[in-house]
Design a protein around this ligand. Sequence first.
Ligand SMILES: [Zn+2]
Length: 211
Amino acid sequence: MSEDFNEIADGLAAVARGFHARGWLLGTSGNLSAVVQREPLRIAMSASGVDKGELRAEQVLSIDEGARVVSRDGGKPSDESLLHIRIVKERGAGAVLHTHSVWNTILSDLYAADGGLKIEGYEMLKGLQGVRTHEHAEWLPIVENSQDMTTLADTIGETLNKHKAAHGFLLRRHGLYSWGDNLAQAKRHIEILEFLLETIGRTLRIREQSI
Ligand SMILES: [Zn+2]
């Protein structure tokens, strides 16, 4: 493996451990990827079924655009690799991160009938690339979950095309996807969106209790 790959794998493992510590990647859930090279496409992808709190760089696989493993031995790439690849292609992303937090799971269900969730008026929105003011309205689309990854990848492709300004999307009762030009930006976007989702969720609960 190239030095680039090893550095990227180390970076993904560090982000995974941090997100796990926050409860966003429990029970081997979630997955992380970063582009190693574009032509031909090579993506560093976390292996399926590994504990993200203990993810080691050696458990990061190199996959091609068909989600086939092209690196050394062992390991199976995450089932959701096809979704990462689609996001990389549609958005030109350099890294894609996917979390299963309690709040993103709850809100992905609560707002599913609306097809998405509008987040506006929060200072933290300015952490999203290109957003300059808290007055920004971020639309976070919600896509119905499926185990058919080929079909789901197509649905996500259509959703991303329809919502060109979106920085992420939710899969219903499943989790959050976000991405960035590089790993640092993708990590920031997940942190911002998780913060905002938890804020909205907690606000709803407080309002409910005060009625
Ligand atoms: Zn998932």
